[in-house]
Design a protein around this ligand. Structure first.
Ligand code: MG
Length: 254
């Protein structure tokens, strides 16, 4: 069921989104060779709680998982696509790329956003992957107009990517706000003129995941970490947006 948010919920999501953006920006600033993903996670938890808010992924048990997620952030390095578990023994190295995904509860509503950032100096190939994935997110957001359909968003992203990268198909954007994952699902590929219609008051997360190599993925034995099948790197950018009468508003932006 698609949930149209009330004006009060939308206002709370605006506040949450600004905090969310500021936390992701501060975390990105902490990323450097030698820092562990566990350290980034503790910093994130402190920042969320400083505002009096609650980490949304910590303790969240997705359908099919056999235990709740154990951390504030999903941190996914290099060939890890999404849902990597932070670890004090996982040290970031120069040339890595790291996806930082945060869910934030504030005043009864939840926002979802992610960035992928370079660790020190990265290769031109990885720079291109990061900018293409960020651009794919922007293109998807531009397609998420009132009256458009979820397939239009996927179509826009897939056309933009134009087979330059593998588009992960098993995970997709989604409604968000009263729950972390709500209807509708918003794949990063598809046909225009198909899927659910976007209407004002809907709040959705759009989140393309692009792989340098092929689209195929697999899950590690920890039950969470998703990696590329071919071992090549993957990037992920995500925003929570509001569909308005005239377009949309990015909520997870400062
Ligand atoms: Mg999400």
């Amino acid at each position: 069921m698609i949930i149209i948010k009330t004006p009060a919920e939308i206002e709370a999501m605006r506040v949450a989104g600004k905090r969310h953006a500021s936390i992701l920006e501060k975390l990105s600033g902490l990323v450097r060779p030698g820092i562990s993903t566990g350290e980034l996670d503790r910093a994130a938890e402190m920042m969320v709680k400083e505002y009096g808010d609650t980490p949304a992924f910590l303790g969240y048990k997705p359908d099919g998982a056999d235990r709740p997620f154990p951390a504030t952030l999903c941190i996914s390095v290099n060939d890890e696509v999404v849902h990597g578990i932070p670890d004090d023994n996982r040290i970031l190295n120069e040339g890595d790329i790291v996806s930082i995904d945060l869910g934030l509860w504030h005043d009864g509503v939840v926002t979802d956003a992610a960035v992928t950032v370079p660790v020190g100096k990265i290769s031109k190939q990885l720079e291109d992957l990061l900018s293409a994935t960020e651009d794919a997110l922007e293109i998807g957001i531009a397609a998420a107009q009132p009256g458009a359909q979820t397939g239009d968003v996927g179509y826009a992203i897939e056309s933009f990517v134009n087979k330059r990268y593998g588009i992960v198909r098993e995970f997709s954007g989604h409604g968000v706000g009263r729950m972390i994952h709500e209807d509708p699902y918003i794949p990063n590929f598809g046909k225009s003129g198909t899927g659910e219609r976007l209407v004002p008051g809907m709040t959705i997360a759009i989140e393309p995941m692009l792989n340098i190599g092929k689209a195929g993925i697999e899950m590690l034995d920890d039950g969470y970490t998703v990696v590329t099948h071919d071992g090549k790197q993957s990037a992920h950018f995500e925003h929570t947006i509001l569909i308005t009468e005239t377009g949309n508003e990015i909520l997870t932006k400062k």
